[in-house]
Design a protein around this ligand. Structure first.
Ligand code: AP5
Ligand code: MG
Ligand code: ZN
Length: 214
């Protein structure tokens, strides 16, 4: 199954996609993670895109499409993938459909209040990218990743200004992608308001729509 994960910044795309990825033994491909790794490793790509990511602007379509195309061609994606954070523009959506058939689009939805509180408390592992929340999903030892012992940090796009810009960019550029997939009958809304202890309620909704592909 080739599944696209959409939703506002901070709604929990990465958290849910990690869950689904483990459950279905299918890789999660996150453009945000690929970009952050490139920035951390100071690659050519990393240098080119660093400022876009820090400001909360979208990385130009040509760069993003090429990166995703190359990643989805790898062997581990041949039986499917959960694509987290791509496509984010209609141009990206049209390009994706040229190189992969998409089976389902899960659109995670929660109120602005929920989204802002999730974004405000996030911590991310610098080494493995694991996602925590200081109140809802704290690590066992403060500041240290449970899985790999790496240090937790706040992303460069977590300043109030960058968050505001990401939400604006989402409304302007990514909302039309929802309509694009809705018109094709591929998009389903997933109610993501539940607190982390009730994550099963969110995953259950996803499973209903993924049945038949496992
Ligand atoms: P990206 O990394 O994709 O960021 P985003 O879309 O802004 O979304 P986030 O990762 O901030 O949130 P999330 O929905 O994954 O939530 P999370 O699971 O972390 O993109 C970053 C940047 O890269 C972009 O701004 C752009 O510059 C560039 N980029 C990426 N893709 C691109 C593309 N296609 N085109 C162009 N540019 C692109 O959860 C949030 C928090 O909530 C966590 O702390 C989590 O622990 C917590 N949480 C608390 N309670 C819950 C709960 N009940 N369920 C889930 N999570 C919970
Ligand atoms: Mg994410
Ligand atoms: Zn880690």
């Amino acid at each position: 199954m080739n599944v696209v994960i959409l939703g506002s910044p901070g709604v929990g795309k990465g958290t849910y996609a990690n869950f689904l990825s483990e459950k279905y033994n299918t890789p999660r491909i996150s453009t945000g993670d690929l970009f952050r790794e490139a920035i951390r490793d100071e690659t050519e790509l990393g240098k080119k895109i660093k400022d876009y990511v820090s400001r909360g602007d979208l990385v130009p379509d040509e760069i993003t499409i090429e990166l995703v195309k190359e990643r989805l061609e790898r062997d581990d994606c041949k039986n499917g993938f959960f694509l987290d954070g791509f496509p984010r523009t209609v141009v990206q959506a049209e390009a994706l459909e040229k190189f992969k058939k998409i089976d389902k689009v899960l659109n995670f939805v929660a109120s602005d209040r929920v989204v802002l509180s999730r974004l405000g408390g996030r911590r991310t592992c610098r080494e493995c990218g694991a996602i925590y929340h200081i109140k809802e999903i704290p690590p066992k030892v403060e500041g240290i990743c449970d899985f790999c012992g790496g240090k937790l940090y706040q992303r460069s796009d977590e300043t109030p200004q960058a968050i505001k810009n990401r939400l604006k960019v989402y409304r302007e550029k990514t909302k039309p992608v929802l309509d694009y997939f809705r018109k094709r009958g591929l998009l389903v809304d997933i109610d993501a308001k539940y607190p982390f202890e009730e994550i099963d309620k969110v995953i259950f909704q996803c499973e209903k729509h993924l049945q038949g592909w496992v």
